[in-house]
Design a protein around this ligand. Structure first.
Ligand code: FBP
Length: 697
């Protein structure tokens, strides 16, 4: 067959085209819209009772937007003449993605596009290319119907790309102003995470005198933008993109649960993205019921009561009892592995949030110290730290010099000899990870650190120690043991009490701790009177011993970029689209310095309520690049939240260190049609169910 002719056949072209039927169906899907968007116009209503704890520095730096109020989007059938003219006037609206991609972003654009064109078909949308760099360098494209339609309900930020540049200097601000004025923009929409929304607030303050509105949109797969008012009432329960990433990770991890419980030979070590916060890991736990899921925030909350209760000579509090060490954490993981092995399960799935080390005392200290050292260096030198010291050895030498100088001056400094010693003890890849370049916002780049490798290295070492001590054994099913011996013509009841520490009462027989080799096995048999020194170990006994030796084989996985690039779940399709519609309502009603959000995401769609949240009052001071800076606080997993407490309550069950089946859950693939896909994250559902159960509205 001639290949050229074959490729020209229409049926071959259909199956080899870039666009498959599923993609076409996705693009055509029309997300449901909140009730308020079903009327021709919207107005904004201030929610008077809602208050925020305003930071004095935020008031000083953002005076014109700090008193913005929370607003509710309301539907109206008609507007007065001048209001209507204003609502429907031709506008130029700029849109920029900022930070990592999050599924649902294209739908935010589609929502803005549809609402803006509905109000005035002449309105022009400008998409800035490559993130904030596009704003600074005036690189944009006009968003046409065709372009927007091509990306409806699709993942990624491919339409206009994204970037991590921060508009954080007077020069970058001036260039941005130039761009916005040149394009004649009425409004700029910043679709980004906590840092990008922080940036949006500063832009809003700056552009006020030019009459350019700036609106933020909460985006990030990490789920760490959650907004509450001063009374703790939730205004924004979750950013868009979180559900899809969690579902994508969960599907893959659930597949590993299925695989490992089939070939029963691997422990899968799954690191999942999420920066510092463990929201994604928590949702993955709920979606998959993996055997062990670490939640960083839980580790920070840990108190060693045993250590605390030890009497102290001078009544001093032992502060080392608070928080968890890396070593202790590795012991907890080992405990789960050993207990599963005892019931014959030398396999399983461990989920590790990428930022877990931030919650480990000693590592957190290193991260803070190194952040400060790097920021200090950058402030006092012409070249930045990473350009000046490109190789690990150069960086280490700089740290050594720092420790030496401090020692010689006899001062207490940021990097003393003790730090130097502890740091030197870390494996090289981990030193390298801790010294990697911070991102443009000064954040530590957790995705570049091999967290799992650090932790699992310690786990493997400790398992070897336990093996040597005879405390790590694979349990052998009693029936199987009996079968092996009987087949070999031996009496199981004669050998059982000599070999095992729990024979005959237990279902899984555990070889005695002092039998850790063929030599010690023979000694035990001789001592038990079933073998003489001259006799060899009977084959069935040798087989039994071999079965009892645990094998800890691991497969590492990293779930991050794949989930981030996944096509959105129905939840994120609808959420993103309605956020876009909300953005236009805020713009058309003259807002600036507000973040578009949807309240009641945790409830059924019929309860969703589009709102505008003032960004400035959400700011507080945080250390960034060695200086205090105003930023929106990242929200981490609350250990008192219902969702976390549910995971904690199920921890023992999901570990399944008992005879019988595991308790894995199959979340299934991401779909945007079909009745069965869960319509929102389980984390949100549980929090809502708990509130309903306790009569909290
Ligand atoms: P955002 O905070 O910008 O939404 O990005 C989230 C994230 O995916 C984190 O989970 C991850 O640590 C980080 O981005 C990875 O960054 P990069 O894309 O620069 O490697």
């Amino acid at each position: 067959m001639n290949m050229e002719a074959f490729l020209k056949r229409p049926d071959v072209q259909v199956v080899t085209a870039n666009e498959n039927p599923e993609l076409l169906e996705r693009r055509q899907y029309r997300p449901a819209t909140c009730a308020v968007f079903q009327k021709p116009f919207t107005v904004l209503e201030a929610c008077g009772q809602t208050t925020f704890d305003v930071d004095a520095e935020a008031r000083r730096q953002l005076p014109d937007i700090i008193d913005n109020r929370l607003q509710r989007v309301c539907a109206v059938d008609a507007l007065g003449e001048s209001e209507k003219a204003n609502y429907c006037k031709k506008r130029h609206i700029g849109i920029v993605f900022s930070g990592g991609p999050a599924p649902g972003g294209h739908n935010v654009i589609a929502g803005i596009f549809d609402a803006a064109k509905r109000a005035n078909p002449e309105t022009v949308l400008h998409g800035f290319l490559m993130g904030p760099d596009g704003v600074i360098e005036n690189q944009s494209v006009v968003l046409t119907q065709d372009l927007v339609d091509r990306y409806r309900n699709l993942g990624g930020f491919t339409m206009i790309k994204t970037g991590r540049t921060k508009i954080d200097t007077a020069e970058k601000m001036a260039l941005s102003r130039q761009t916005l004025k040149k394009l004649g923009l009425d409004a700029l929409v910043v679709i980004g995470g906590d840092d990008s929304n922080t940036n949006a607030a500063f832009l809003a303050q700056e552009m006020l005198r030019d009459g350019i509105q700036v609106i933020g949109v909460p985006k990030t797969i990490d789920g760490d933008i959650q907004v509450r008012d001063a009374n703790g009432k939730t205004l924004c329960a979750m950013s868009f993109g979180f559900h899809t990433a969690a579902r994508a990770f969960s599907q893959q991890i659930s597949n590993l649960c299925t695989d490992c419980s089939s070939d029963v030979k691997y422990w899968h070590i799954c690191k999942v993205m999420g920066r510092v916060a463990s929201h994604l890991a928590l949702e993955v736990a709920l979606q998959t019921h993996a055997n062990i899921t670490l939640i960083g925030e839980d580790l920070a909350d840990y108190v060693d009561h045993q250590r605390l209760s030890r009497p102290k000579a001078d009544d001093v509090i032992d502060y080392s009892a608070y928080g968890m060490t890396l070593r202790h954490l590795s012991r907890i993981i080992c405990d789960g592995i050993v207990r599963r092995a005892e019931v014959g399960k030398n396999y399983g799935v461990i989920v590790i949030p990428e930022g877990v080390l931030e919650f480990i005392n000693e590592i957190q200290v290193f991260i803070i110290k190194l952040n400060t050292i790097i920021a200090d260096y950058n402030q006092t030198h012409d070249r930045d730290f990473h350009t000046a010291f490109s190789y690990l050895e150069d960086k280490l030498e700089y740290l050594r010099r720092l420790a030496r100088d401090i020692r010689e001056k006899g001062e207490l400094g940021i990097w003393n000899t003790r730090d130097e010693e502890l740091f030197t003890d870390l494996p090289q890849f981990f030193q390298e990870g801790l010294l990697t370049e911070r991102d443009s916002h000064g954040n530590f780049q957790f995705s570049l650190v091999e967290t799992d490798k650090v932790l699992m290295g310690l786990v493997k070492d400790y398992l070897n120690i336990l093996k040597e001590k005879g405390e790590y054994k694979t349990g052998i099913q009693k029936g199987y043991y009996r079968e092996i011996l009987e087949k070999g013509g031996l009496d199981p009841d004669r050998y059982g009490p000599i070999l095992f520490r729990n024979y005959p009462q237990a279902d899984y027989c555990l070889v005695k701790p002092d039998i850790i080799s063929k030599k010690t096995l023979k000694q035990a048999l001789v001592k038990g009177g079933v073998l003489t020194d001259e006799q060899g170990i009977p084959k069935p006994i040798e087989k039994t011993f071999n079965l009892s030796v645990p094998k800890f084989k691991t497969q590492p996985h990293f779930y991050g970029y794949d989930g981030r690039g996944s096509d959105p779940t129905r939840f994120d399709c609808i959420y993103g689209y309605n956020l876009g519609l909300t953005v236009f309502s805020l713009i058309a009603n003259g807002d600036t310095g507000q973040m578009a959000a949807i309240r009641n995401l945790e409830k059924d769609f019929s309860h969703w309520e589009p709102i505008g949240i003032p960004i400035a009052p959400l700011m507080h001071l945080e250390e960034r690049k060695g200086k205090l800076a105003l930023v929106i606080e990242k929200s981490v997993v609350a250990v008192h939240s219902p969702a976390f407490r549910v995971v904690k309550a199920f921890r023992e069950k999901w570990l399944a260190a008992t005879p019988g089946a595991d308790h894995f859950r199959r979340p299934g693939p991401i779909r945007f049609t079909g009745k069965s896909e869960e319509d929102r994250p389980i984390t949100l559902m549980l929090n809502d169910l708990w509130n309903g159960h306790n009569g909290i509205t």
